[in-house]
Design a protein around this ligand. Structure first.
Ligand SMILES: Cc1ncc(COP(=O)(O)O)c(C=O)c1O
Length: 391
């Protein structure tokens, strides 16, 4: 079949049989190399979406492909009633990179946050959580309870005890909310992703840590989006030198295979039977995860993310557009806030061979693979600078 017919047939089939939750773009990708995605017509796009912060090590990464192929040939799945080699190895590595004590494996970011909140409830014998305005923690009934955006949450209320939402960056508001009693913990993204790339700071996180210590609350950092080198360090918390009680992970952890996890400090763990999942930590996803973490180390991707992030921000700050409110980011998690709604940017940039995403209505969010190179950054900035506001 010619590419036009393949495209048409896939669109028709998908539109007919898949629930229309995503508002698909008119794009069909069939391959990728490094930071570039290739569509069915052979057109190339510099990808600043990365499957929403998933494809950290770039497309067609040979180490990742081989790890998945070799593990698939050996053993794909085994019940968690039994040990498996890749799971033990990934757990050890995650403890090393998070500085925490023990790990639980699941299948997504929302599940990781659900599990972390269950663990906090069990530990404190309290029921509710403090979250922040604009926070996004997932879409299961449990994680929706800590997600701020009413667009996602309200159609499903009543939920299981929604969190108390306070202003992001305001530690005193957390202290005040904690006085309300029945609070098990605080859940925070060290940089809010979906909410519009809002960056916290050391003082805030330190104060929140102190409040949690004082009031015996469990501090959960949701690093689903910021983890695995996205911000130029293994985890965003490492920029701030603040350790949570529980750290949740997903997205880049499995190199594109569905995987989530959370790590908790010493003394905070589930006992036998208190939590579980069929697929969590399967040999296949764990083999992929090890390959991701080894690639991050072998290819110095933390350093590349930090350097390219700085370069990106410098270049973006020099754009001649006059509608930029500010450019902000850490490593390769970057937001460009415009003074107007800019959803149109996604299609316009794609037309020019750059994939990007718009969040919170007026923030262009860039999350390229950690492998991105200078020339690609230059091209992305050139495209962003040239997109015109529609009349
Ligand atoms: C910070 C954060 N937490 C949780 C989630 C939910 O992850 P998942 O879509 O894997 O359930 C996301 C997804 O965008 C996220 O950005």
């Amino acid at each position: 079949m010619d590419p036009g017919s393949v495209y048409k047939s896939v669109v028709e089939t998908d539109d007919k049989y898949v629930m229309p939750t995503y508002g698909r773009k008119p794009l069909l990708f069939t391959g990728g190399e490094g930071s570039v995605l290739i569509d069915v017509f052979g057109k190339r796009y510099i990808d600043c979406v990365s499957g929403i912060a998933v494809n950290a090590t770039g497309y067609s990464n040979q180490k990742l492909i081989s790890a998945i192929q070799e593990q698939a040939a050996q053993l794909i799945h085994i019940s968690n009633y039994y040990y498996n080699i890749p799971q033990a190895n990934v757990a050890e590595k995650l403890v090393q990179v998070t500085g925490l004590s023990k790990v639980f494996f699941c299948n997504s970011g929302a599940e990781a946050n659900d599990g972390a909140m269950k663990l906090a409830k069990l530990h404190t014998k309290k029921n509710s959580f403090i979250s922040t305005n604009n926070a996004f923690h997932g879409r299961t009934i449990g994680s929706l309870g800590a997600t701020a955006n009413i667009k996602y949450r309200d159609p499903f209320v009543p939920l299981v005890k929604p969190a108390t939402f306070v202003e992001y960056g305001d530690a005193a508001a957390i202290e005040k909310a904690a006085n309300g009693g029945d609070i098990a913990g605080v859940i925070l993204e060290p940089i809010q992703g979906e909410g519009g790339v809002h960056i916290s700071n050391k003082e805030y996180l330190k104060e929140v840590r102190e409040i949690c210590d004082k009031k015996d609350l469990v501090l959960i950092f949701d690093e689903v989006q910021t983890g695995f080198g996205r911000t130029g360090k293994w985890f965003c918390k490492d920029h701030y030198d603040v350790q949570p009680d529980i750290l949740t992970m997903a997205k880049a952890i499995g190199g594109g295979l569905p995987m989530g996890a959370f790590a908790a400090r010493d003394g905070l763990e589930f006992e036998r039977g208190e939590h579980g999942t069929t697929f969590g930590g399967s040999p296949l996803v764990c083999a992929a995860s090890l390959a991701v973490m080894e690639t991050i180390e072998e290819q110095n991707l933390l350093e590349n993310a930090a350097n390219m992030g700085d370069y990106f921000i410098e270049k973006l700050s020099q754009m001649k557009r006059n509608d930029v409110v500010n450019v902000r980011g850490v490593g390769l998690m970057i937001g460009i806030e415009l003074d107007h709604e800019c959803g149109y940017f996604m299609d316009a940039a794609a037309e020019m061979g750059v994939l990007l995403n718009v969040t919170a209505g007026n923030v262009i969010r860039l999350l390229p693979p950690l492998t991105i190179q200078k020339e690609e950054v230059d091209r992305v900035v050139e495209v962003i600078d040239s997109v015109a506001k529609p009349n």
